[in-house]
Design a protein around this ligand. Structure first.
Ligand SMILES: [Zn+2]
Length: 427
């Protein structure tokens, strides 16, 4: 068969170049690279700005037009035969204070490899394709996370984000202006512009694909999350002289509530509910003083929103029952996000793309799974048809220097992405 009789998605898939991909992953990891194999490249630091210049050069060498928006998201555009809304792919290039080489970076470099593969295959698509590197997905230097993608989808969020302050007192707005000044040669593109579709390739950051020995996962969506703050008040007193029955102990109250939350999570184990009481503030935090104030956070996640509704009812009654004096326990919900369900047609396309790549490599067929972590794709799903592809994480580990994925799995992921992006861009 003449190569031009092969469908465009298959030709794109077959032109992914493994060594070129793996070389660029190594090259980007040098920006903030650590002796232990990890990467420290927090958003909008000088290291991040240098890595952005590297990405811009790579994209220009592939013939892309580069643009940036008011949140310093970077877009690398491969023109199409028409000026229709583009197909978007990519991820983020920032890391946690200590991260690995792959979280985010893999998705951005995969997008550039798709463009290189299309170039090599001599494919011209109907729609433009844009590779994006979103600003501040991690949220470790400036909270919240996924600022770039959420501001792109809803630009009214940016004003508040600009006021976010890092540990050194620098505002996100100041860091953003510096990043934009450093890319003065790059044209500005509008936020919230129409996109035909969005596909994000990411490492799983969990253990499921590895356990099943499956190289590719079709992501159904992203689980629902709620964050609460529970603040318990008591009376500060001497640990040695105050009898147990005469105490108003904020820690005893907090502990009692926490126990009820954990037993609820245990009862709901079959629903895959995930509960984390991650941050505790104890005052005065002294070995021999009864605490008068204990505050803890609750992060609760599930694919099933009704389980979280039940959790909330239980949390409300647990905190109400714990009130021994008015105002002794205060409960605040400070973040909630409903689950994201990716559309059927995107999942079907991702399934086809993953299925062909896996079959050609003689590997197990893809499985469907739900993301336990947030991703930029969660916000893009509010903007255009969106999907995600996962590759395995060794030991399920990420946000860690030892984060790793087998090279052959990284290549398969990009092959699947190339197929799906080419299919979307040609229709
Ligand atoms: Zn990520």
């Amino acid at each position: 068969m003449n190569q031009h009789d092969t469908p465009v998605p298959e030709r794109a898939q077959d032109h992914v170049n493994a060594s070129r991909l793996l070389d660029t992953i190594t090259a980007l990891a040098a920006f903030g690279g650590r002796d232990d194999g990890g990467v420290s490249r927090q958003t909008l630091t000088d290291i991040d700005l240098a890595s952005r210049r590297y990405l811009i050069e790579q994209a220009r060498a592939l013939g892309c037009d580069v643009s940036t928006d008011e949140c310093a998201n970077l877009f690398f555009r491969r023109p199409g035969r028409s000026d229709l809304p583009p197909v978007l792919t990519g991820s983020h290039a920032d890391t946690q204070p200590v991260g690995g080489k792959l979280d985010g970076a893999y998705g951005v470099l995969a997008g550039l490899e798709v463009i290189a593969a299309l170039n090599d295959a001599g494919i011209e698509t109907l729609r433009p394709i844009e590779v994006v590197a979103w600003t501040n997905e991690e949220g470790s230097r400036f909270g919240p996370g996924a600022m770039g993608s959420s501001a792109f989808v809803d630009p009214t969020r940016l004003a508040e984000y600009r006021r976010s302050i890092d540990g050194d007192g620098i505002s996100f707005g100041t860091a953003l202006d510096k990043a934009l000044a450093a890319t003065a040669d790059v044209q500005r593109s509008p936020m919230a512009r129409p996109m035909a579709a969005c596909l994000e390739l990411h490492i799983e950051q969990g253990p499921i694909l590895e356990a099943d020995e499956v190289p590719l996962g079709v992501v159904n969506g992203i689980q629902s999350v709620r964050w609460y703050r529970v603040e318990c008040r008591g009376v500060m007193a001497h640990a040695g002289t105050t009898p147990m029955d005469r105490r108003s102990d904020a820690m005893a109250t907090a502990h009692h509530i926490a126990q009820q939350l954990y037993s609820f999570a245990q009862q709901e184990a079959s629903t895959q509910l995930r509960l984390t009481l991650g941050r505790w503030v104890v005052e005065p935090n002294s070995v021999n003083t009864i605490p008068d104030r204990v505050e803890f956070t609750v992060d609760v996640r599930c694919v099933d929103e009704s389980v979280l509704d039940r959790f909330e009812t239980m949390l409300n009654s647990a905190t109400a029952a714990a009130v021994s004096a008015p105002g002794a326990v205060a409960l605040t919900c400070f973040f909630r996000r409903a689950p994201t369900h990716f559309p059927e047609e995107m999942k079907e396309l991702v399934q086809r793309a993953c299925s062909r790549a896996s079959a050609q490599a003689g590997r197990k067929q893809p499985i469907a799974l739900t993301s336990g972590a947030f991703h930029d794709a969660m916000y893009l799903a509010d903007h255009c048809p969106t999907g995600m592809i996962f590759v395995p994480s060794k030991g399920g580990i990420s946000h860690n220097a030892s984060e790793a994925t087998a090279p052959e799995d990284l290549v398969l992921g990009v092959q699947a992405l190339a197929y799906a992006v080419a299919a979307l861009a040609d229709s």
